[in-house]
Design a binder for this molecule. Sequence first.
Ligand code: ACO
Length: 427
Amino acid sequence: MSDKATLEYNGNKYDFPVIKGTEDELAIDIKSLRTETGMITIDPGYKNTGSCESAITFLDGEKGILRYRGYSIEELAEKADFLEVAYLLIFGELPNETQLSKFHSDIKAQSLVDEDMRKIVDAFPKSAHPMGVIASLTSALTAFNPSSVNVTSEEDMYKAIVKILGKFPVLVAWTFRKKNGLPLDYGDKNLGYVENILKMMFKQPNEEYKTNPIVLNALDKLLILHADHEQNCSTSTVRIAGSSHVGLFASLSTGISALWGPLHGGANQAVLEMLEGINADGGDSKKYMAKAKDKDDPFRLMGFGHRVYKNFDPRAKIIKKAADEVLGDLGIKDPILEIAQILEKEALLDQYFVDRKLYPNVDFYSGIIYRALGIPTDMFTVMFALGRLPGWIAQWREMRLNGEPIGRPRQVYMGETSRPFVPVEKR
Ligand code: ACO
């Protein structure tokens, strides 16, 4: 196998090194392309462009493989808890008991939020979308924690990381409680990380909170499955914003905004709304399958298809099983789940979906679990952000430690060429 690729243009030949990843992925290193040839590449949507070398997450979309730091998602979802996975993603290895306990104590020590942040929460109307609220609150955290802006050492990084891991769940819970007219509350330091999140969200002011182990287990799994997914839209946004050396919290708020879109994390909300719409319209799945295939109809089967998975999304398999378990254990019969199962069955056999390799993605079933856990539809993407937080942090940290240059793509200009200014009265 050659370790270089040759480009021939206008009778000239240029050699570029070929680099090989640890999972045998090949890439042509074109760092010197413009200097050598005067040309750039064009690749809208970055379908063929590697933006970085990364040692965090490996995924093979053709084979349906997803691993964090070498560990399979299936094994982590079954055997690890979310905080262990967060540590693994951020620092590269599974923590031993001492490391895990220190990490958790450091996070807990940072789990208070400046009381003035409540004024910002209060200023939002109840109708505000929770993703808009949480993105703004994350950005506001920068203002309340100026020392986390200029992060230069690993020690500063660690401080910023435990701070956000401590405060973000509080902000998520406050966003949820404000929407539901509940008093804003802090959690309980004696609880595990995810158990505390549940308590902060669901504790009623007039009764003791009791953790339901089924709910805890399901949420822990969901957060693990969402924790990282290499260079997707929101993660690339975090890396590129962070490459200007803006602080961690500001970088994360850009990622939250990017996640909000229905083609990305917002799909979990869109899936549930779609399923509810189909149910309200009489549950005729065939009608909606036809709409999804009709090129003149903008309707898409939300929760189907993925930029990189051209096979089953491995997370969807785990989530589907978890959805069955949670609904079974909690004794919930949900017509929405039945519609989802029928749509999945029909789509997997349909030639349109087969030809385009469109399989259910992680969002197809996650909303059904969130719904069963009592989380409102417009909070779904916030729950995704909660899960993705360690991944964004890990990617931001790696980018900074690797000393990556500021992200600044080029373009091929297709606009007007130079022309003289025409005064307004002459136009
Ligand atoms: N329903 C119907 N047709 C679809 C769907 C769908 N959900 N997804 C893709 N297609 C079709 C397209 O119309 C296109 O058909 P064509 O080749 O005949 O023109 C073909 O499949 C390829 O689709 P693209 O949009 O080019 O694929 P791309 O990789 O750019 O987009 C995406 C991937 C955005 C996820 C897309 O599949 C989609 O919109 N899915 C629905 C939204 C969704 O579930 N998003 C969540 C993704 S997972 C996540 O972000 C966590």
